[in-house]
Design a protein around this ligand. Structure first.
Ligand code: SF4
Length: 197
């Protein structure tokens, strides 16, 4: 167990609950849409990473592939050789079910041992269940791909989970802002409106 890590997670959960009580997602969405509108009207080349990522997927210029839910797309190695994959956040999280997200050690295990780790198989099974839950429940799935397992673990103490504070703020709020912004532009522009009709 890591008391410091658990205390930090507990503190974050308190902050998360408070932010949700305040209705932070609608507030953030309103703010993002407002600065998009202002930047557009003043022809200012504003770049917001979360907005651009979603716009590129919707425009077909990027896929919604989520490397955080596939093993070995992302690899993190600790100074002592411990290896984790999926979310780099797993390095900071603790869970007996997943051997604290340590899927092997590059100083002790060969590659086959890492790939065939039972703990890794268990984590992949639970992460996939969480992605399926997202797919069934969430209207933002196509631009998200099922979220971050590290955030699901921190918020729900489970990988078989869907919505997190992180996805509400980094995916849902920007997607809502972009949708509202594009709708506003379409309403204001006869050219855009007639080509969409
Ligand atoms: S936005 Fe959240 S609930 Fe929706 S697919 Fe992504 S992680 Fe799942």
């Amino acid at each position: 167990m890591n008391p410091a890590g658990n205390a930090a997670t507990c503190g974050l959960n308190k902050v998360a609950r408070r932010l949700l009580q305040l209705g932070v997602k609608p507030a953030l969405s309103f703010f993002l849409k407002r600065i998009l509108s202002l930047a557009f009207s003043e022809r200012y080349p504003l770049h917001i990473r979360e907005i651009e990522r979603i716009a590129e997927i919707l425009a077909g210029d990027a896929s919604g592939y989520n490397e955080l839910v596939h093993p070995w797309d992302v690899i993190a190695v600790a100074a002592n050789g411990d290896v984790t994959t999926f979310s780099p956040d797993f390095m900071e999280l603790r869970s007996p079910r997943y051997n604290n997200f340590c899927f092997g050690n590059i100083l002790k295990d060969d590659f086959e041992g890492l790939v065939e780790s039972v703990t890794l198989t268990t984590a992949l099974h639970d992460i996939s269940a969480g992605v399926e839950l997202c797919k069934r429940q969430c209207q933002y799935f196509e631009v998200c791909g099922g979220g971050s397992p590290g955030n699901k673990m921190a918020d729900h103490n489970s990988l078989d989970a869907a919505e997190t504070l992180f996805c509400r703020l980094s995916v849902q709020a920007p997607a809502d802002a972009l949708t509202e912004f594009v709708s506003e532009i379409a309403r204001a522009s006869p050219t855009v409106r007639s080509s969409a009709e």
